[in-house]
Structure formats: structure tokens, C-alpha cells
Design a protein around this ligand. Sequence first.
Ligand SMILES: Cc1cc2nc3c(=O)[nH]c(=O)nc-3n(C[C@H](O)[C@H](O)[C@H](O)COP(=O)(O)OP(=O)(O)OC[C@H]3O[C@@H](n4cnc5c(N)ncnc54)[C@H](O)[C@@H]3O)c2cc1C
Length: 367
Amino acid sequence: MTGSILLSIGFLVAMGIVLAGLLVLAEQRILNYGTCKVTINDGAKELSIPGGGSLLSSLAENDIFVPSACGGRGSCAYCKVTVHEGGGVITPVEEPYLSDEERKKNIRLSCQVKVRNDIQISIPKELFSVKRYDAKLERKRALTHDILELRIALAEPPEIDFAAGQYIQLESREYKGRDSVMRAYSISSPPSDNNHLELIVRKVPDGICTTWIFDHLNEGDPVRLSGPYGEFHISNTDAPIIFIAGGSGMAPIWSMLRDMKEHGNQRKATYFFGALSQNDLFFRGELQNLEQEMPWFTYVPALSREPADSDWQGERGLITDVVAGHFPDCSAHEAYLCGSPGMIDACVKALTKGNMPEEKIYYDKFA
Ligand SMILES: Cc1cc2nc3c(=O)[nH]c(=O)nc-3n(C[C@H](O)[C@H](O)[C@H](O)COP(=O)(O)OP(=O)(O)OC[C@H]3O[C@@H](n4cnc5c(N)ncnc54)[C@H](O)[C@@H]3O)c2cc1C
């Protein structure tokens, strides 16, 4: 009797060990799910890949870089793709990030979808031209007390094609126990300089990537990035433009303005730049020069917390009030906004109040 109990216990322990081993093998992708076919955009591209990995990493291993800020941990929700078939059920990690409408459209977080059988997906076709770059930090300079400009020289590949307004994903290095992460930064240089990328970065207190950029990244250091991403770019119409930005939201607008100048684009444009005080303004001289060179362009800096007794002669107050003061009716304009989600939401509200149709308001939220 005791012998058979011992035998059963022994059998159960052995089964447990085998099961744990299988789980470890599955985790390490040694357990073979076979080769799986990933069909992208109705067959525009087909991949044959070893099953078992996440859709996000499997695509990256095949040079298709879906944006992701959290490195596949399911906490940024950047990596959404449409999974038509073969993606399994929505995982608990994905639940909070998918709206009812997105679920109906089969949108999933690609970092949480495991490739275990043939799978059919759709991704924005622009992602086919995203590449990963090895580069070097050529210059790092302070623009204000909490904003830096980085100039990066591309090494391999040495050139990038992008449209003014797009962004890249910069990969931070590990430091002081903090993991490497990827973060989005808008390109501030014009597309004509395709061997370099300039970025404008605002320090976020205790932020992983910005602490690395400000305190650990030095001129001459290697840098890794991927891009270009995003659909924030100037339309082809003739409508007069209202640009609105705050802080490092300057970046894509600065790229757009330099691109407009280089192409002799004569669309009427007014640029409202919101800051707290004169200490937070940068590129003032450059933007004033641009006003001289492009008579159809006007630069309007507005300060919300400048001391009342200072020598500031320009606009004061919230950027929304300043824009409304200049354009009480902006129904004929298009708007391009960039900055914090709070600023953008407030500006969208103000512009629609001024009769601008929502579909004419384009923005990139630095969420
Ligand atoms: C399309 C796009 C373009 C962008 N372009 C630019 C640009 O041109 N310039 C620019 O400066 N920024 C830009 N951003 C923002 C940028 O991508 C980063 O979000 C920003 O730099 C902060 O990154 P970080 O790693 O330093 O901060 P994170 O480490 O992501 O932290 C952000 C904040 O969250 C807090 N936090 C972090 N983890 C936790 C936690 N577990 N619990 C509670 N709080 C937490 C941190 O303390 C910090 O205050 C852009 C964003 C997007 C989406």
C-alpha cells in the first residue's frame, strides 16, 4: 500500500518536472511550433517564421518595425496592428488598451499576440519602409534649462527618407539598473539633410529615456534608433496654416518650417509658441529671421507666467486665448498642433469653437 502511494507521488513529481521543462522550452522558443506563415496586408508580404515568439518581435526579426515604447511589456499600447485570423484570444494585458470599436476591428497589441500558427494581419504600409539605424551623437546642446537639442549622424544605413513632421524611436542604453527602453522623438531637422537627424528633447523628472539622454549620453557615443514613423505632415492644400506648439513640441514644426522655406512654399502661416516665461523660449532669433525671409510667415510667442513687471513686449496669457484673439473665426484655416496631450486637447476645443472643422486639425500628442 505504502509502496503504491510512494510510486504515485513519484509519478506525479516526475510529470511535474516534465511539464515545467516543457514550459521552459516553450518560453525559450526551443519547443517547436513549426514554421508559421504571416500574411501581411492581403499578401503584400508573406513571412515564414519559427512559431512561438510574439508577433512584435517576430516582425522585428524580419525588419518590420512596429513602434513600441515599452519593449513589448504591454504597457504603452503603441504596437497595435489588425489581426484578421490566427491571433488567439485577447489577453488580460491587452484588455485595458482596446476600445470596443478596436475590438470589433480586430485590433490587437502585437507584443501580446503569440505566433503559434498561420496568421493574417494588416499594418500601415508606411511601416515597410521603417529601418533600424546605427548612428553616433554628433552634438548635444542646451536650448533652455530643461530642453536639449541632439544632432545625430547616421552610420548604417547612412541615409533616411522622411517627411517633415515624422518621428523616430530612440533606444536608450541600460544605466544604473534601468532597462533599455524605446521612446518616440519627432525629427526637428528638415528632410533635405538625410544623413543627420536633429531632435529636441525636454527633460521629464525621473523619466527613463530623458535621464539617459541628459545625464548619460555624451557626444561621440553610439546611438540606435528606428524610423521614420507617423502621419503628421502638412497637407497639399492652399489653406492658411495655424501652427501651435509648446516646449519640445517645437520639433516637428521646426522641421516643417525649414522644409517650407527650402521648397519656396508660400502658404500663409502663423506659428503660436506657448511657454511659461522668456527663459523657456528658444530659436527666437531663427524664427524672427524666418519672418524676414518668408513674408507670409508670422511667429507669435506667448508667455503664460512671465513676471508682470518684466521687459516682455509680446503676447501674454494662455496659448488658447492668444490664438482666439488673433483668429476669432478660423474656419478657413488648417491647424498643426504639437505638445502635451493637455495642451492639444485645449487647443482643439478652442479651434473648433472658432469654427474650424475637426478634420482640419492635425496633431501629434507627446503622450
Ligand atoms: C509621437 C510622439 C513624438 C514625441 N516627440 C517628442 C519630442 O520631440 N520631444 C520630447 O521631448 N518628447 C517627445 N515625445 C515624448 C517621449 O516619447 C517620451 O514620452 C518622453 O521623453 C518621456 O520619456 P522618459 O522615458 O524619459 O519618461 P518615462 O520613463 O516614460 O516616464 C514618463 C513619466 O511617467 C512617470 N512614470 C514612469 N513610470 C511610472 C510608473 N511605473 N508609475 C508612475 N509613474 C511612472 C515618470 O516619473 C515620468 O514622470 C513624443 C511622444 C510621442 C508619442
